[in-house]
Design a binder for this molecule. Structure first.
Ligand SMILES: CC(=O)N[C@H]1[C@@H](OP(=O)(O)OP(=O)(O)OC[C@H]2O[C@@H](n3ccc(=O)[nH]c3=O)[C@H](O)[C@@H]2O)O[C@H](CO)[C@@H](O)[C@@H]1O
Ligand SMILES: C=C(OP(=O)(O)O)C(=O)O
Length: 437
């Protein structure tokens, strides 16, 4: 299995351009199933999860043409729906989380959809109730045949009917799935407690360009007036806000000056401010983020003088996907912080590995960790590590780049799942990192 070997402690310098947003692209790729016309998508990252989904679309019969780097045209005019019940799809679909969002468009266009249990990070229970409750509200029926070993939903000859629904939680992929089902339903659908991450906003904007009638974009109350059919369009994906946060963290931990290019500031929400609360200086320069080299950074306190807490929440709250990065940066800050991962129950266990490297962290329970910063006085020490999930993997990589000595990270497939060509891009900034097969 591939590993990264990192000699840490080097200051990095330079410019880096973020890849297209993984979690947006996964939604956008599923949406190409909603029309028989051509859909062109730009700024697609070359990462494992996205490439798997493109392969699945190909196996499903979607015509796929690569126009250039990150630029593809798709056409879903002659699909092989049988593939959805094949053993091949059972394996392919289960290999990533995003494949669950094939269901909404398939249900809308063909009246039935099947899915094996989707994959993705093992970071705690990841239920799918919201997706199914949304489909049921639109009139779909559950179909499960143990011999087939697939989740299924189907509609009768009346098709999907618009409805009002209050989601039990603001699920990101759940909201995307329901919106993609509702755009072709008869009548009006209203989704309250909808997730509204930029990923979902981008999806809705693209669907509207295809002829959908969606209002309330960016809020938690989305209204969709069903239309008969959708047409082709072009769409450019936003830069990946999780990658942008990862680069800010990397700059701070390694005391490096890094410019992150074309970040789409207006779509970053609270992210820059959360990093500033850790004492990290960052400047807006046009649409770039400039992070100066800083010898130290000091964690702020709340106004009443109590210790800062950083926790996740559905958008416009702070994304859970950046909490592992926050945690690792805090290990070298001056001061203390409580990191509270509310959404996922198994995402903080990787702190054991940071503790092994010399970090001062108390894991209070599966959701909360207190970090006592070392103020860059005692660097972390190189170690032998295994990446448990995509964001913990990136956090360990950042820790390794700041550490004294050599670190070996195993299971780097987990990092490749979400970060394009990470070692090459880090080397361009001056990092000493080698990939071994
Ligand atoms: C492919 C993809 O897009 N994956 C993202 C998507 O996953 P995904 O769409 O699977 O995550 P969900 O938004 O459904 O839920 C994430 C977790 O948060 C919990 N929850 C959710 C909403 C809520 O109001 N309260 C609550 O506790 C859920 O029970 C679940 O444990 O969104 C997650 C939450 O931003 C991100 O971590 C994942 O990177
Ligand atoms: C948890 C993540 O991804 P997935 O939902 O694909 O597992 C993530 O991107 O941080």
């Amino acid at each position: 299995m591939a590993t990264f070997q990192i000699k840490g402690g080097k200051k990095l310098k330079g410019e880096i351009t973020p890849q297209g947003a993984k979690n947006e692209v996964l939604q956008i790729l599923c949406a190409v199933l909603l029309t028989s016309e051509q859909v062109r998508i730009k700024n697609i990252p070359d990462i494992r999860d996205v490439n798997r989904l493109i392969e699945i679309l190909g196996d499903l019969g979607v015509k796929t043409q690569k126009n250039g780097k990150g630029d593809y045209t798709f056409q879903s005019d002659d699909l092989r729906l049988d593939y959805l019940k094949s053993n091949e799809f059972k394996k392919d679909g289960a290999s990533l989380r995003g494949s669950i969002m094939l269901m909404g468009p398939l249900l809308a266009r063909f009246g039935e959809a099947f899915m094996p249990k989707p994959g993705g990070d093992k970071i705690g229970r990841r239920r799918l109730d919201t997706h199914f409750e949304g489909f049921f509200a639109l009139g779909a029926k559950y179909r499960f045949n143990p011999d087939e070993d697939f989740y299924g939903v189907e509609v009768d000859e009346n098709g999907l009917q618009g409805a009002y629904m209050l989601l039990d939680e603001a699920s990101v992929t759940g909201t995307a799935n329901i919106i993609m089902a509702a755009v072709l339903a008869k009548g009006t659908t209203t989704i309250y407690n909808a997730a509204c991450e930029p990923y979902i906003q981008q999806l809705c904007k693209m669907l509207n360009r295809m002829g959908a009638k969606i209002t309330g974009i960016g809020s938690n109350l989305v209204t969709i007036e069903g239309v008969e059919e959708l047409g082709g369009t072009e769409h450019t994906c936003l830069p990946d806000m999780i990658e942008i946060g990862s680069w800010i963290g990397l700059a701070a931990m390694t005391k490096s000056e890094i410019t992150i290019k074309d970040v789409s500031w207006d779509n970053l929400g609270v992210i820059p401010n959360v990093f500033r609360k850790l004492g990290i200086q960052l400047e807006r320069r046009g649409d770039d983020i400039f992070v100066p080299a800083q010898e130290n950074y000091e964690i702020e306190r709340f106004i009443d003088g109590s210790i800062l807490t950083i926790s996740d929440a559905p958008w416009p709250g702070f994304t859970p996907d950046l909490l592992s990065i926050i945690l690792v940066i805090a290990t070298q800050a001056k001061g203390s912080v409580l990191v509270h991962q509310k959404m996922f129950e198994s995402r903080l266990f990787f702190v054991d590995k940071l503790i092994e490297m010399g970090a001062q962290i108390i894991l209070c329970d599966p959701h909360r960790a207190t970090v006592i910063g070392l103020n860059q006085e005692n660097p972390l020490k190189g170690a032998q590590l295994t990446s448990p999930d995509i964001r913990a993997g990136m956090s360990l990589l950042i820790a390794a780049l700041s550490a004294k000595g050599t670190t070996v990270i195993h299971n780097i497939d987990q990092i490749d799942r979400g970060y394009e060509d990470i070692d090459t891009r880090l080397r361009a900034l001056g990092a000493d990192i080698i990939r071994t097969a």
